[in-house]
Design a binder for this molecule. Sequence first.
Ligand SMILES: [Ca+2]
Ligand SMILES: [Ca+2]
Length: 200
Amino acid sequence: MNKIRIWSWLVCLMLPICYVQAQDTHWQCDIYSYQYDMTVYPELQLDGQTIKASANYELAAFCGEECRGVATVEIIPGTDKTYYYLRVRSNASEGETITFKFYHTATRQEVTLNESITFESQAMQGLPSEPYALTGENTVMLGDVNGDGKITNVDFMGMMNYLLRRSMSFSFLEAAADLNSDGKITNVDFMKLMNILLRR
Ligand SMILES: [Ca+2]
Ligand SMILES: [Ca+2]
């Protein structure tokens, strides 16, 4: 009896957690609706530059318009290196065409990537050490942290205020501020932005 009670409690506790996790991502895939899966270790390359795997860029797999998997961001133990891990689902053991998109959390844009693969149950595309490149165009103008389509002194002040943790009058686009695409906003990005403005 006690065991049943403990399990009931655990289930009650777990349900809200599962619900919250499902809401955390832009796209969702009902993994229990599919019989087969394959694994992709993708790497996002925008305008020829590798983007560090992070929650700022959500990667997902599609068959037509149906989401077939959302990548998680994994960390290589003992390092600050991250990689995407994507389980792709299907109800056909092979043959479906799988395409990919990324969602940019700062600008809320969905962008379709250039590559597609053919689904094959239990297959693996790429490795954490040798990821499969998914290429596309960056929709963010790096340095344009207020998102008005130009790089001006307003962006410079915005960047400075962000680094000094001061408040500002516009919503700060973190992805546009990461000018060296290392997933962090630091003085290095600030110097890069300053160089862009000084070159004008
Ligand atoms: Ca701007
Ligand atoms: Ca950076």
